[in-house]
Design a binder for this molecule. Structure first.
Ligand code: DON
Length: 594
């Protein structure tokens, strides 16, 4: 009885503390605001392996591979191919991405399979003769010219050859996807709605219209989507290996369709595509090692810069929902994204001062420019001066296998359904990743990101990404959690907030993903928050400090109106090693374990 009363009292106090948090944050409130989220959901628990992805069938495909003795890398390859069938807005063969791998012995690597610009893609290709950005067909966003040379198949092959278990063949890993394409799967609500939303954009492209609009008849939720051309492409990949995509029949189909429609990608471009293994970037945050993606993604470098800045403050004591925390987060984001605009690009082409940007002394200098009571303006916050600087609908999945090998993989077509073009006869969509370049340096791209010369278009260059697949280790050096998200420019901030929710506020992985997010990207100078994500009182406190706060309307690249990202994470429970899987409530995904 006493226990029940005190539990009721505790619940009352917790609720009160949560509601009152913005007014007077104290140390005990920091704990209680975190606890308030504990009332939401527990992660999915499993003893051996876990796959958290944005689509349930694809998660199950990964689990089946693990059960058959495949390792996390094998499961990642099978999941990636399955998502290309069941999650066509972002899962892909015609796009690219980044895979972080951490083997059970502690070796960690990063596979960069980002698209490359075709050789005919020169600096001003997306500008008209007056220097204005081209709109519609011919632009960096829609149609044939928007596509970079896809990297996904090469990336999967590199991962398979170097890090696969060898227990399952390449063809076996592709088979579940081929079967799903050939036999079909029931269209789920999100996909049905999303396809209708894009009808006008698909309409000009014959194969896209046929496959994704059912020739104008549209699909109802529950109807079976069969993709015979895609099944045939997957069959060729099974038989002939990844080179089929870059030199075989698939390459010929892409190049022929490109030629006919004034596109840029040639057979030679396809033959020249290379996935690259890179050295991950690392930092420690309050003693925990963070290992993440280097360029050609900006994700890891900018994440680390923000973590390094925030490490100098006691976020825990401020309280999760305090105006102080939001203020600091926004100021760290503002500074790091200003650096992104200036310094980041494909490091194979531009001088990117990675070491300077992730240096803790640089973060200390950045910190000294932050005023606790006044927001900076983005106009006055220009890029900082890191050492070494010279002038001048994505989807994530995380996998952990029974041995403790882990994969964090984010890949994409860029916008939902990419360029909207299915290359004739291939059955798959091509990306519109060329828009991630600065099509006109200094002018915002689709995500409103201003980007600089280092990210200007050039032949064979990789457009700058924000994708941030990341591992965080425990202080004893073992894997703690894997995390990543889609969301365009918001990706890095989503990963940042999940990490700090866990480390500073002791949230479990599911709570940390569920908790409302904010976003600042330097320009435009606004602090965005999710619907219902910020109390009105806190909003006023932030405005009083000079922040331009705004509730996001439908952002267009997330699954929910105005929400940010669709994170998928897996944590290993301390002592037991139980796999804790968490899929973002902002999407339709699933963490499945065994
Ligand atoms: O690489 C990037 O940063 C973007 N192409 C990601 C696009 C994205 O996240 C869209 N999905 N929600």
């Amino acid at each position: 009885m006493l226990a029940r009363i005190s539990r009721t009292l505790l619940l009352f106090l917790l609720t009160f503390a949560f509601l009152a948090a913005p007014f007077a944050p104290t140390q005990s409130q920091a704990a209680t605001t975190a606890s308030a989220h504990a009332l939401i959901r527990q992660p999915v628990r499993a003893e051996h392996g876990m796959v958290a992805s944005a689509e349930r069938i694809a998660s199950q495909v990964g689990i089946d591979v693990l059960k058959r003795g495949g390792n996390a890398v094998d499961a990642a390859i099978a999941t990636a191919f399955a998502l290309a069938v069941t999650y066509p807005s972002a899962g892909n063969l015609g796009g690219g991405g980044f895979m972080m791998i951490r083997l059970r012995d502690g070796r960690t690597t990063a596979i960069d399979y980002r698209e490359m610009a075709p050789s005919a893609a020169t600096r001003n290709i997306f500008q008209d003769e007056k220097g204005n950005l081209i709109q519609g067909e011919g632009s960096s966003l829609i149609g044939y010219r928007a596509a970079g040379v896809p990297g996904t198949v090469a990336g999967m092959e590199l991962a398979f050859k170097k890090y696969g278990s060898g227990k399952l063949s390449w063809a076996e890993l592709i088979e579940p996807a081929r079967k799903l394409a050939a036999e079909g799967f029931p269209i789920y609500g999100y996909l049905a709605r999303n396809l209708v939303k894009k009808k006008d954009q698909f309409a000009p492209y014959e194969d896209s219209r046929k496959i994704f609009l059912n020739d104008g008849k549209f699909y109802q939720e529950g109807e079976v989507l069969r993709q015979p051309e895609l099944a045939a492409t997957l069959r060729r990949l099974q038989k002939n290996g990844a080179r089929e995509f870059y030199e075989g029949e698939t390459a010929r189909l892409i190049a022929a369709d490109m030629k006919q429609h004034n596109g840029l990608i040639t057979m030679e471009d396809l033959r020249g595509y290379v996935a690259k293994e890179r050295v991950p970037v690392r930092t420690t945050y309050r003693g925990y090692e963070v290992i993440t993606m280097p360029p050609s993604s900006s994700g890891g470098v900018i994440l680390i810069e923000m973590l390094n800045i925030l490490e100098g403050y006691n976020l825990h004591e401020m309280g999760w929902s305090s105006a102080d925390r939001y203020h600091l987060m926004a100021e760290a984001m503002r500074r790091a994204y200003a650096d992104r605009a200036e310094y980041l690009g494909d490091a194979d082409f531009a001088n990117v001062p990675v070491a300077g940007l992730i240096d803790k002394n640089y973060a200390a200098r950045q910190r000294s420019t932050i005023n606790m009571t006044h927001a900076s303006t983005s106009a006055e916050v220009r890029a900082g001066h890191p050492v070494g600087a010279e002038s001048s609908e994505t989807t994530h999945f995380s996998i952990v296998d029974a041995e403790g090998n882990a994969v964090a993989n984010t890949y994409t077509l860029n916008e939902s359904f990419g360029s909207k073009v299915v290359a004739k006869g291939t059955g798959f969509l091509l990306n519109d990743e060329m828009d991630d370049f600065a099509a006109k340096p200094g002018t915002p791209n689709y995500y409103g990101l201003i980007q600089g010369e280092r990210n200007a278009v050039a032949p064979h260059k990789r457009p700058l990404s924000a994708m941030t697949p990341t591992f965080v280790l425990r202080k004893d050096g073992t894997l703690w959690f894997a995390i990543g998200s889609p969301g365009g420019s918001t990706i890095i901030n989503t990963v940042l907030q999940v990490i700090t929710n866990i480390i500073d506020y002791e949230m479990n992985i599911q709570q940390a993903i569920d908790a409302p997010r904010i976003h600042h990207q330097w320009m435009p100078d606004e602090l965005a928050y999710e619907p219902y994500g910020l109390s009105t009182d806190t909003l006023h406190l932030l405005e009083a400090r000079g922040h331009k706060v705004y509730v996001r309307p439908n952002a267009g690249w997330t699954t929910g109106e105005g929400y940010m990202g669709n994170a998928q994470g897996i944590m290993l429970e301390e002592k037991t090693g139980t796999r804790l899987g968490a899929s973002d409530p902002r999407g339709d995904g699933a963490a499945i374990g065994y």
